[in-house]
Design a binder for this molecule. Structure first.
Ligand code: UGA
Length: 447
């Protein structure tokens, strides 16, 4: 299939690379000349493990090209995929500026063209958006009518940043929402080789599946965080508890890792958007409200643990390790490192930050006064406490003795259960973590 992918963010770039890998001919369009240029040179426009290699291979084979002109990309294609951003507005509702612009560009490209074309929304949009916003915008700009002039579909993406290529190559399921049979057929032609469950639904249902999935996963993490805080309070290890819980096939073991809260470009934004939709439609979600409230408090739990161990944070040198919202990405959107950093600073700590990839992104977010260490070792040197916010493999690989050798006080507060408590303590590290209670406490406790 000849595909135009509009938007070379991580979703667009990964989707384009994998579609090209699977035998389709793809042109990636992004008005940002740096992104388009990177793809043309065979490089990744965004940091994502394996993406550079996948793009380089596809470009070399002539299966993937890039342009800054979306109209040109769509003119040569049978199907276009909207992979543009849907940032939140101040009130949490969706800003559809980019979706509308991309729809208009598709329409312009279709004007005067002969062949049938299918427009597919891959951006995460609220139920009703593809039918109520994308479709009329394409109709208006093209002068054609949906149904006979062109097809419309929704194909939500379930990629996780950091695992995006694996997720795209072997998804758990593919969902297609389609206006009509021809539109559904056009999208399924992209996924012929995949053996996973495939679901064909209406446009709105596909849009809602994406939101309900993210909101449920965020709720799962939020619940795990609450259980973890309780476990710590009563002297239990939440990791062990959740291991037992996750063995129930109805629950499943994934997304039960407690931590400093969920961040990223999807969970926080999607939960807010769904919450707002529920309020507007008079079907409010009490659960999602609580999930967001808990997620706002959870990073402060990490700061509380540091304060409890140090007595006061005033004047203490704290190494904040991990600024990306999760490992294997340089993405700092909604990172829990920001509230942790601010709370540490507000309490008077001298904070030195380190992240293998997200340092400059975090500085742009948190302000130019952010002190960035050039290496993990430099961040730890002379620190009174290390707070771990992202569970990077680089941190895990550090021998526990290094904390003792480098830090003024070898105190580690682990917001992501990055380390093995036994190994850390055996090496002489004072180790505290989310969800890790002191067994002595539970042994003494009486119900
Ligand atoms: C999420 C979904 O997992 C994807 O399925 C979806 O496609 C994507 O949003 C999207 O809508 O585009 P992503 O935001 O890349 O993917 O990252 P996740 O791996 O889901 O992690 C989100 C946050 O939850 C991170 O801050 C992570 O640290 C946190 N998390 C995740 C936990 O605290 N505990 C867990 O057990 C899992």
């Amino acid at each position: 299939v000849r595909v135009a992918v509009l938007g070379a963010g991580y979703v667009g770039a990964c989707t384009a690379a994998v579609l090209a890998e699977q035998g389709h001919r793809v042109v990636l369009a992004d008005p940002d000349a740096r992104r388009a240029g990177a793809v043309r040179r065979g490089e990744a426009p965004a940091y994502e493990p394996g993406l550079g290699d996948a793009i380089a291979a596809a470009v070399r084979r002539g299966a993937l090209g890039a342009t800054t002109d979306p109209v040109e990309a769509v003119r040569g294609a049978e199907l276009s995929m909207l992979c543009v951003g849907t940032p939140p507005k101040r009130d949490g509702s969706q800003d559809l500026r980019f979706v509308k612009a991309a729809s208009r560009q598709v329409g312009q490209a279709l004007r005067g063209q002969r062949g049938w074309h299918c427009v597919v929304t891959k951006s995460t949009v609220l139920p009703g958006t593809t039918g109520g916003v994308v479709l009329p915008a394409v109709e208006k700009a093209s002068g054609r009518r949906a149904g006979d002039g062109f097809g419309v579909a929704v194909n939500p993406e379930f990629l996780r940043e950091g695992n995006a290529l694996e997720d795209a190559r072997a998804p758990d399921r593919v969902v297609v929402g389609a206006l009509d049979e021809a539109s559904a057929k056009a999208v399924w032609a992209l996924y012929e080789g995949l053996a996973c469950p495939k679901l064909t639904v209406s446009l709105g249902t596909a849009e809602m599946i994406k939101y309900a999935s993210n909101a449920f996963l965020a709720t799962k993490v939020g619940f795990a965080n609450e259980v973890a805080n309780l476990c710590r309070a009563i002297g239990l290890d939440a990791e062990e508890v959740m291991q037992g819980v996750g063995l129930d096939a109805r629950i499943g073991p994934r997304f039960l890792r407690a931590g400093a809260g969920f961040g990223g470009s999807c969970f926080p934004k999607d939960v807010v958007a769904l919450l707002r939709l529920g309020e507007r439609e008079r079907a409010p979600s009490r659960i999602l409200k609580a999930v967001l409230g808990g997620n706002a408090r959870q990073p402060l739990e990490v700061v509380r643990l540091a304060r409890a161990a140090l007595g006061s944070l005033e004047g203490k040198r704290v190494a904040l390790l991990g600024l990306a919202f999760k490992p294997d990405t340089d993405d700092v959107r909604e990172t829990r490192a920001l509230p942790i950093y601010r709370a540490l600073r507000a309490a008077g700590a001298r904070v030195v930050c380190y992240d293998p990839h997200a340092g400059s992104g975090f500085r742009a977010l948190a302000g130019s006064s952010v002190r960035l260490a050039a290496s993990l070792g430099e961040a730890l040197d002379g620190a009174d406490c290390a707070v771990v916010q992202t569970e990077w493999a680089e941190f895990r690989a550090l021998p526990p003795a290094e904390f003792v050798a480098r830090m003024r006080r070898p105190l580690v507060v682990d917001g992501r259960r990055t380390f093995d408590p036994k190994a850390m303590r055996a090496a002489g590290v004072e180790y505290h973590a989310i969800g890790l209670g002191e067994p002595a406490r539970s042994a003494r406790a009486r119900p």
